[in-house]
Design a protein around this ligand. Structure first.
Ligand code: SF4
Length: 351
């Protein structure tokens, strides 16, 4: 469908291609350097390869599977949103968040792992698109390559929090994360790569058991199962209570850092919510990340500043380890799926 995308392959797999060409294995490291360190936009730039080898690579592989369609920049905080088209005419989004001046020098890229998403979260614009397909490893990595070449900036933090449920595309996502971490890849620290899931218990256990070194973020968003199931249908098959039990069982043996994500809304910041949350944070290196609602088209209301403050104070009094994320890009359709949703809307409108 998308042909042979060179960025789909690990260093070992690329070395095998070179061997089959009769070339030395070290060529694989040179190629990775061109792809991820020097961010080459064509095989012809790779001047330490012979002309014959460059032509052969160009004939056998696609270098960049994504094309920029739209780039929006927030006048408020410099957050940039990128809409890309894929070879098979689908759309994905990525976001560059400049929290370098406000936090700890981070320049974060939020990347997509699927085209659309099958999880059906009620508050999410991506879920309205439906599910098209998983992204290939090369399509995940090319989001970073494209953003680096468009902006000239080198991000140092990656979150898999864009379109899609990363754990439904487990193998491609892990392969992409490994290449991001390779010293011959993007060379980004494992502590700066975060995989976010709506809560697929089986894959969370697999991730921990495989000793994947990346940070893990799990979206909770409601403390009552009967309420969570309405907003996040994943609760039906994978109740959060099971995840909670799993984390209790696996910690403190696991070395993973886990964040529980909680988007604050008008209807989920009661004192009872704070007390129920407190029960989850009695073990291990688990932190609560409170996120202001990016309302978009979600139909939910943000809490009043007084209610949010009372909720946070209550959690602090109970010694719940927490951070409050700043809201970025509210003036550029910051929530993932909004731009793509518009594109699919326009496509459907002309069909
Ligand atoms: S919030 Fe994440 S998991 Fe839920 S529908 Fe949206 S993209 Fe999918």
């Amino acid at each position: 469908m998308t042909g042979r995308i060179i960025k789909n392959y690990s260093l070992g797999e690329v070395a095998d291609f070179f061997k089959s060409y009769g070339e030395k294995e070290y060529r694989a490291r040179q190629l990775f350097n061109w792809l991820y360190e020097r961010n080459a936009s064509s095989f012809q730039e790779m001047t330490d390869f012979s002309k014959e080898l460059r032509n052969r690579l160009a004939g056998d592989f696609i270098l960049s599977p994504l094309k920029l369609v739209e780039n929006l920049k927030s006048a408020k905080d410099g957050t940039e949103k990128f809409l890309f088209s894929t070879i098979d005419n689908n759309f994905i989004e990525s976001v560059l968040i400049r929290n370098d001046t406000t936090d700890d020098g981070r320049l974060t890229v939020c990347i997509s792992s699927q085209i659309g998403c099958p999880m059906g979260c009620r508050f999410c614009s991506t879920s309205k698109i439906g599910f098209k397909r998983n992204l290939e490893t090369g399509e995940i990595l090319d989001q970073l390559c494209q953003i680096r070449s468009i902006t000239g900036l080198r991000n140092n933090n990656i979150v898999f929090m864009g379109m899609g449920e990363p754990f439904m595309n487990y193998d491609n996502v892990m392969k992409a994360a490994d290449i991001m971490n390779y010293s011959f890849g993007f060379h980004i620290s494992v502590r700066k790569i975060t995989i976010s899931t709506a809560g697929l218990t089986t894959e969370i256990e697999r991730f921990i058991d495989e000793k994947r070194p990346y940070n893990l973020a799990i979206s909770l968003n409601d403390t009552l199962p009967e309420k969570r199931i309405i907003n996040m249908p994943v609760e039906k098959k994978y109740p959060f209570e099971d995840i909670s039990e799993l984390l209790k069982r696996k910690f403190p043996v696991s070395r993973n850092r886990v964040t529980i994500e909680y988007v604050m809304r008008r209807d989920n910041v009661s004192i009872d919510d704070a007390r129920r949350l407190n029960k989850i944070f009695r073990y291990g290196r688990i932190k609560l990340n409170l996120i202001p609602l990016n309302s978009g088209e979600s139909g939910f209301e943000a809490p009043s500043p007084e209610d949010a403050e009372r909720f946070i104070k209550e959690l602090v009094l109970m010694n719940v380890p927490l951070s409050v994320r700043k809201s970025f890009g509210s003036d550029i359709e910051g929530a993932c799926g909004q731009l793509s949703g518009r594109m699919y809307g326009e496509i459907h409108a002309v069909q």
